[in-house]
Design a protein around this ligand. Structure first.
Ligand SMILES: Cc1ncc(COP(=O)(O)O)c(C=O)c1O
Length: 470
């Protein structure tokens, strides 16, 4: 124990020292060959060694090579810095090391609170037990889609858990061309087949076109298929677009579809100063995925799926063998009855700590600050002669393009810019394809990002572009 006392103090110093030094260092840097080899190809140690010496390696060979998302000039994908409260309590969750499958202990009870708080934050109606923390939105989506699959086949007198999908007419799923790839993965995994996934076109603000959605549903019904699931986005990765949730909820109601909302990144955007009108209707979802490990900054991993009705996921997943029977459980049963994981980590401590530290007010401030910065960046892009803004931001993502001096080469140039910027180490952004052309996108999630950081990002893009074009 003495060894752990000493080493844990050093670990705490290392963690805080790392966070404090981040803004002054590079956002990202390549891993030199020697360290790469050490990190990826170490032989299995025969003998163990003292805890303190492990920390030396972490200090010298791990902490110097972060992904970059702790830095205020990281604008890539959708990855936030870790919340200080989350960093603080992560070792305590490890010290307790429970399985949050079920039973009566702090981990399970706190997860009930964490899930309810997340629902309350975004104004989603909460029924006790109707939600659980997951590894991320990919798993949240699998849980939601499996639940909807059980519900849809059950309405036709078929139990998909027993019969599989063999007895069922093909079930069709709808998402927009800007919907996240995790939906397709989930559909493939659950045997629904990407062939039956309908990609609904978007309007010029990258939102699902609900007229096209209705048309596709009608055509599938006429063809003898069974439309059953529509997945709307509350904050897409590419542009942060929010689909018209109220209209989509209405289409789902008319046609008897399950209405899912992917708010993994953007659900919290409902707390912005003037939230996008698309958010109206979020509370009508049958299921909502939202990731505390995105905008909220809960250290990875932590996703969440919320349901309108708790019976759905339990119907889809509950399986209690004699060795897991718990006669003392309350009417909600175990978390492991609501999803595929049996042993489940204590994610709730990080969520609880993050929300407790910020409070609702602090979270609103974070969302308003980051959406405000996205608007500032958009205005800077718009005012500059060498950039094109691709769409006005509605959350905290800005999609834009560098205007190449040689228009024929604009696509190749914009494709090459992100990695050139990353290698320079002063800012980090990633690219995408929008309307068939290469685009740049910057996602603002860091509470300490400033307007000066936005100016540096644009200058870094200019410099990288000049390096590329020689
Ligand atoms: C909009 C959206 N949906 C789903 C996902 C998948 O979430 P996860 O990576 O937590 O599984 C992401 C990840 O960035 C996302 O941004």
């Amino acid at each position: 124990m003495d060894e752990l006392w000493r080493a844990s103090r050093s670990a705490a110093d290392l963690a805080t020292g790392h966070l404090a030094a981040l803004p002054g260092g590079p956002v990202w840097r390549p891993v030199p060959d020697a360290d790469r080899s050490w990190l990826a190809r170490q032989p299995l140690p025969e003998a163990g060694r003292p805890l303190e010496t492990l920390l030396d390696d972490v200090r010298d060979r791990v902490l110097p090579y972060p992904m970059g998302n702790g830095h205020p000039r990281f604008f890539g994908w959708v990855n936030s810095p870790p919340s200080p409260a989350g960093v603080l309590v992560a070792p305590l969750a490890a010290a307790l090391n429970p399985s949050c499958a079920g039973g009566e202990h702090a981990g399970v009870l706190l997860e009930r609170t964490a899930v309810r708080w997340l629902a309350e934050l975004v104004g989603f109606p909460h029924q006790p037990g109707a939600g659980l923390l997951t590894s991320g939105a990919s798993l949240a989506t699998i849980v939601a889609l499996a639940t909807a699959r059980q519900w849809a086949t059950g309405r036709n007198g078929c139990d998909v858990r027993e019969a599989g999908l063999y007895a069922s007419r093909p079930l069709t799923i709808y998402l927009s061309s800007e919907g996240h790839s995790c939906l397709r993965k989930a559909a493939e995994l659950l045997g629904l087949g990407s062939r039956y996934l309908r990609v609904v076109p978007v309007d010029d603000a990258f939102r699902m076109d609900t007229v096209a959605l209705r048309r596709l549903i009608t055509a599938d019904t006429r063809a003898g298929l069974r439309p059953f699931f529509v997945a709307a986005s509350a904050g897409t990765v590419n542009t942060g677009a929010v689909d018209p949730l109220e209209d989509i909820a209405e289409v789902a109601r008319e046609h008897g579809l399950w209405f899912h909302v992917d708010g993994a990144y953007g659900a919290l955007g409902i707390l912005a100063d003037e939230p996008d009108p698309g958010y109206a209707g979020l509370a009508r979802a049958d299921s909502l995925a939202l990731d505390p490990h995105k905008w909220l900054g809960v250290p990875v991993d932590c996703g969440c799926v919320l349901f309108r009705d708790r019976s759905g996921p339990r119907d889809a997943f509950s399986l209690v063998p004699p060795y897991l029977r718990d006669d003392g459980a309350d009417e909600l049963g175990w978390f492991s009855e609501y999803g595929p994981e049996q042993t489940r980590p204590f994610r709730a401590l990080r969520v609880w700590a993050t929300i407790s530290h910020l409070g609702r007010e602090g979270i609103v401030r974070l969302v308003r600050r980051t959406t405000g910065l996205a608007r500032t960046l958009a205005a800077m892009v718009d005012a500059a002669g060498d950039f094109d803004l691709l769409t006005p931001p509605v959350t905290s993502v800005v999609a834009f393009r560098y205007r190449s001096p040689a228009p024929d080469e604009a696509d190749v140039l914009n494709q090459r810019i992100p990695s050139a910027v990353q290698r320079r180490g002063r800012a980090f952004l990633t690219g995408t394809q929008l309307s068939g052309a290469a685009a740049l996108r910057a996602c603002v999630l860091h509470p300490d990002t400033t307007e000066a950081d936005l100016a540096i990002l644009l200058d870094e893009i200019r410099t990288a572009a000049k390096q590329i074009t020689g």
